[in-house]
Unconditional design. Structure first.
Length: 231
């Protein structure tokens, strides 16, 4: 043959096959193409040549049958090798005040109890960052990106590892107007009656006393006096 393309086996087998074709069959080396998956070989009246590649590779599916994207696979590989580091900030809505100490969650990265000094450094940074970032008008997306980048740098400087850093910011409370004080006594009675028109008001007590308790088929009698007895 004038051209030869070995196409069976692993890559080192293809290379060995190409050498055999050159030595045993006398095929010129320029006419032998050892191709990897995705390589394009073009044939025309001038000859054959490699002209590029096309995207190829395995396709991964999840349990629902959807295709798992390459970005998701890279994140999974990254987490399996470097771990995950989550920082949680809880602030007051409207005033931006830090309500609790920053929470830190580490999975597959470091054991928190063995890294108290590093955790203290991260918490101190988060408190200072919250005091600066939430002092006025703020954008949560921008603050999250800044926290992610800066925490990643701190962790790499201290551990030489780059886990996936996930910042979480929880806003608690409302920024609306405060509720009005309670109305003076007696002003809310008409409103209550208006809300429940079908409910009749309870009658005022008449001051009469109720008769003594009576059991069926018995007469109401005064208690008898018990004679004094000595024991």
């Amino acid at each position: 043959p004038k051209y030869y393309l070995p196409n069976h086996g692993e890559f080192h087998m293809l290379v060995h096959n190409a050498r055999l074709a050159e030595k045993e069959c006398g095929i010129p080396r320029d006419n032998i193409f050892v191709c990897d998956a995705g390589d394009i070989v073009e044939f025309d009246h001038e000859g054959a040549r490699k002209i590029g590649r096309v995207p190829v590779g395995g396709i991964m599916y999840d349990d629902s049958g959807a295709i798992v994207s390459e970005v998701v696979l890279k994140d999974r590989i990254h987490m399996s090798q470097e771990g995950m580091f989550v920082v949680v900030l809880t602030i007051g809505r409207g005033n931006g005040r830090l309500l609790t100490s920053p929470d830190i969650i580490s999975r597959g990265f470091i054991y928190l109890r063995d890294s108290e000094e590093l955790m203290g450094m991260i918490r101190q940074y988060l408190k200072q960052k919250a005091a600066r970032a939430f002092s006025g008008r703020y954008d949560l997306d921008v603050i999250k990106k800044e926290i992610k980048d800066e925490v990643t740098h701190i962790l790499y400087d201290q551990t030489r590892r780059t886990p996936i850093v996930i910042p979480v910011i929880n806003e608690i409370g409302t920024s609306g107007p405060k509720p009005q004080g309670r109305a003076p006594q007696g002003t809310d009675q008409p409103q209550r009656q208006q809300q429940r028109p079908d409910r009749a008001p309870m009658p005022a007590p008449s001051g009469k006393t109720f008769p003594p308790k009576q059991y069926p088929d018995t007469e109401v009698t005064a208690p008898r006096e018990r004679p004094n007895q000595s024991y």
